[in-house]
Design a binder for this molecule. Structure first.
Ligand SMILES: NC(=O)c1ccc[n+]([C@@H]2O[C@H](COP(=O)([O-])OP(=O)(O)OC[C@H]3O[C@@H](n4cnc5c(N)ncnc54)[C@H](O)[C@@H]3O)[C@@H](O)[C@H]2O)c1
Length: 389
């Protein structure tokens, strides 16, 4: 007997007159079973796949059925390391023709995200993409239009809006606890990745790799930005990359952004690959107030990083010290985005992450470069439903 039919249901369905209803119920259940796991293909089996694969494996809604990397040995290594019964491929075309899957998770060099995501969408697959989801704002918009025309889902990292610390800050702002908000600051930097050159090549840079987290957090908290002014620079003209040697740095490794969120609210974000920070890759123990938001009744300071935070101080009293809230992760992990959206497809729910927001972040990054190059303010055209929740 079907485990999900109760004894009462069974008795109800045993009369001949109800046979058709029983068949119908079993049929619906079979459909639910089909939807109870989403088949995933991972493209890009480098550093970050070591964070994604275990998280995806922790979900009963997900099955990793394919691994692909142009460095084919990496696909084989990850299959072995994580005991996956997945097919392996050395190019996307072969993977799209191979084992059936529902969603592609894009974890490759940033420069190829747009073209790979397009191929997957054209082949009828949902897509979760590491940042950036496309290489230009125009390419991102075209991807979203393609996804919508095919009734497919497309999402872009990061997943910062999923943290309990984000939820706390969002609630404080929405409840007006900060009073009239004036200013916010976000910062994220370290001394730069050493394992791959793409971070420093054209289409890479500290904004899509690091600043993207703060841009996502501050626009989600304060609302879509209306305009931007920015200065970017290259501080370190060359880099030593593991197993590769010295490469020329072509993308900004230092960036300062000023965003106008309307109603007088201005935020500032700085990010770079030349910021000494011993916690830059692992946030544990980090006490830096990397996100700060100031209103005329209170201020909030997030400690650690918005992608992995150690709590939020709320300072709203002239008499007592600032209090620390949400010091626990609540189960949130920065690498959870693909798992959460997969679960949302299976459960037919709406995740907190939304693609229009990711697209807005992409337009900000592109516009920051334009603002810096041309020395002027850039008005933004994209927006997203705000508040997110
Ligand atoms: N490493 C991290 O800690 C981290 C954290 C968060 C987000 N990210 C993001 O994840 C992405 C990947 O970063 P990474 O650090 O894992 O880089 P990586 O260099 O370690 O891995 C990228 C992999 O993609 C493969 N690849 C490149 N082009 C491909 C193609 N056309 N088809 C198939 N495979 C291809 C490369 O061979 C490589 O194995 C980037 O967007 C990065 O910003 C990385």
């Amino acid at each position: 007997m079907d485990q999900n039919l109760t004894r009462k249901d069974f008795l109800k369905y045993t009369s001949a007159a109800s046979a058709a209803m029983l068949l119908n119920a079993l049929h619906i259940h079979a459909e639910e079973q089909h939807l109870s796991t989403l088949k995933i293909a991972i493209i890009g089996c480098g550093s970050v796949s070591n964070r994604y694969i275990p998280h995806l494996q922790s979900s009963s809604s997900v099955e990793i059925v394919a691994l692909c990397d142009i460095k084919y040995e990496r696909a084989l290594e990850q299959k072995k390391q994580y005991h996956l019964s997945a097919e392996t491929y050395n190019n996307i075309e072969a993977m799209l023709k191979g084992v059936a899957f529902d969603m592609m998770v894009t974890l490759t060099d940033m420069q190829v995200h747009g073209e790979l995501n397009k191929k997957a969408l054209q082949a009828g697959k949902h897509v979760w993409s590491e940042k950036p989801m496309a290489n230009t704002y125009a390419e991102g918009k075209a991807l979203l239009a393609l996804a919508q025309s095919k009734k497919l889902k497309l999402w872009g990292a990061p997943a910062v809006v999923n943290s309990p610390q984000f939820a706390f800050m969002n609630k404080m702002i929405q409840e007006g606890k900060l009073g009239r908000i004036a200013s916010a600051h976000g910062q994220y930097g370290h001394t730069g990745p050493t394992w791959s050159a793409f971070f420093y090549e054209k289409g890479g840079g500290s904004m899509p790799d690091l600043g993207v987290y703060n841009i996502a957090t501050l626009t989600a908290l304060l609302g879509p930005a209306k305009s931007i002014m920015a200065m970017t620079s290259i501080v370190n003209p060359s880099r030593e990359i593991d197993n590769r040697g010295v490469v020329k740095v072509e993308a900004e490794d230092n960036a300062h952004l000023l965003l106008d969120h309307g109603k007088g609210i201005i935020s500032h974000i700085m990010c770079g690959f030349n910021y000494f920070d011993p916690h830059g890759h692992e946030a544990k123990g980090q006490q830096l107030h990397s996100i700060q938001i100031f209103g005329d009744k209170a201020n909030m300071r997030l400690i650690g990083y918005d992608w992995e935070t150690n709590g939020v101080y709320l300072d709203d009293s002239w008499e007592t010290q600032a209090k620390l809230y949400e010091a626990e992760t609540g189960g949130y992990q920065w690498q959870e985005g693909a798992t959460k959206v997969a679960e949302s497809i299976v459960g037919n729910t709406s995740p907190k992450i939304n693609v229009e927001h990711a697209l807005h972040v992409l337009e900000i990054i592109e516009s920051a470069r334009k603002s810096s190059a041309e020395g002027k303010k850039i008005y933004l055209t994209s927006s997203f439903k705000w508040p997110l929740f």
